[in-house]
Ligand binder design. Structure first.
Ligand code: SF4
Length: 306
């Protein structure tokens, strides 16, 4: 499985270092200069203007270029939930609803120590499990889901997580997004994960106007070959968490500004924008307590340590 997935190695240090200093690459007509200008404090380069009526073909080309640029910026993109097997990924993904991956990662070590298998979790005392997962919020509902899905795994799948979408979505508390996360990262089955970051960014990039995650998934699936789906999902979510934030995107420090029709929605001043960068881009710890070996940032602290 690809817990530590993807990524290449050679570029990582360079990418991280450069991105930290200043998003390194822009891609307007060719190799652009927006980030570099932003780094020098000069006025950020004007982003490429998206024609009012961009053809579908032009949008697809631009989208694929954004993906290539993101692959260079985040060669180490990966799932940001700690897990060692499909069951742990499934549980962690259910827990991640309405909270951060960091908070989940800080909670799951104790949870998996107490209940390492579906059989153990299905037989838990609910109040005890609730106490353990309390930091992730909605702990009563989540306990119910986790015990229910564990019982279903035990009774219907021999204690194993199934590797098919149609089976996964029948488990209590498991929707299409969770199923795609598990398939893509624990089974190597290509999947597009439309979470809040993914939806926001693809709308900012005008790949689609759809709000419904299932429709967004269908549109994006039509733009990229299957082989790109899982990594594209990680790259887009990485970008959303680090640079293209919901409230204040760091446009002035964004390496794909020249390809983005929403440039200017956030901070365009390069210095101010750089201060908005998060995780390894800003020199801070990441979300995983056990990040993949090629991750250039610092691991997250355990619960209570930061
Ligand atoms: S909105 Fe700003 S930060 Fe987000 S991708 Fe576009 S230019 Fe980059």
């Amino acid at each position: 499985m690809s817990s530590s997935t993807p990524g290449t190695t050679g570029k990582k240090t360079k990418a991280a270092t450069e991105a930290k200093a200043a998003p390194r690459k822009a891609a307007s007509g060719g190799k652009a200069s927006a980030p570099r200008k932003a780094a020098t404090g000069a006025r950020a380069a004007a982003p490429r203007k998206t024609p009012k009526a961009e053809s579908h073909l032009a949008m697809v080309r631009r989208a694929r270029r954004i993906n290539r640029e993101l692959a260079e910026v985040y060669p180490y993109a990966h799932p940001e939930l700690d897990f060692r097997n499909p069951f742990e990924l499934l549980v962690a993904t259910v827990l991640s609803a309405q909270t951060t991956d960091l908070r989940v990662n800080q909670t799951t070590p104790a949870l998996f120590a107490a209940y390492p298998t579906p059989e153990d979790m299905a037989a838990a005392v609910p109040e005890e499990m609730e106490e353990i997962i309390r930091p992730t919020g909605f702990f009563r509902a989540k306990t119910k889901s986790l015990m229910g899905l564990s019982a279903a795994l035990r009774d219907e799948f021999g204690g194993e997580v199934p590797g098919r979408l149609e089976d996964l979505v029948k488990l209590p508390g498991v929707g299409r997004k969770t199923a795609n996360v598990v398939l893509g990262n624990a089974f190597g089955v290509p999947g597009i994960t439309v979470d809040t970051h993914f939806g926001r960014l693809v709308r900012r990039w005008k790949w689609t106007d759809e709000e419904d995650p299932v429709k967004v998934e269908a549109v994006v699936a039509g733009i990229f070959p299957k082989s790109e789906w899982t990594m594209l999902s990680h790259r887009v979510v990485f970008h959303g968490r680090r640079i293209c934030h919901a409230r204040k995107p760091a446009c002035g420090a964004c390496p794909i500004a020249p390809l983005c029709p929403s440039y200017g929605e956030g901070e365009t001043d390069p210095e101010k924008a750089r201060k908005l960068l998060k995780y390894e881009m800003g020199g801070y710890p990441g979300q995983r307590l056990s990040p993949p070996a090629d991750y250039p940032g610092k691991p997250a602290p355990a619960l209570g340590n930061g």
